[in-house]
Design a protein around this ligand. Sequence first.
Ligand code: CA
Length: 217
Amino acid sequence: MAHKSLLPPAVDAYVAAHSRETAEQRALREETQAMPEARMQISPDQGAFLGLFVKAIGAKRCLEIGTFTGYSALATALALPADGKLVACDVSITWTNVAKRYFERAGVADKVDLRIGDARETLAGLVAAGESGTYDFAFVDADKSSYGTYFERCLELLRPGGVIGFDNMLWRGEVTRPSADVDTEALRALNDQVFADPRVDASLLTIGDGLLLARKR
Ligand code: CA
């Protein structure tokens, strides 16, 4: 599998084979799989989880930091009600052009508000526009060194009871080993912070490469 998984390959394949996706989701996943950056795409089971979770909490307003070619955004948008909205942030026009094609094909383009640029600035802009406390769910899967900043901004933008999901929080196990790597350090710091942070309830899941859920109290 091109993506990062903590599971043995046979189990990973079994899980993928039992993860529902639409024809558009499958086509997008396969197109992205052929790209050099394919590892940045979440796995089908993560996509299924995101969609189910968005529905389970009745989310209407979502944020995404790090859209890449759109697999997670598509899973989220498909799970949103007709009047739902996803603000999707990424730095790459090339990658998000792939995403836009599939949002159109899947009939969810009107639900996705794509913002190209530094997500730290996009999120600060949403706060400045008075949107604090109005979002239900945020999915963060972008530059790891900024996860701490994304946590604070998303926490501000979420309503009480809203949830943030951070991807790659186990970093293929690197978080358990001594390392001077800046990304590993940032992920380890956020795991430690969220574990002790009284502003949130938290659960570190071993799905994908580690998914940390933090619910705003
Ligand atoms: Ca990821």
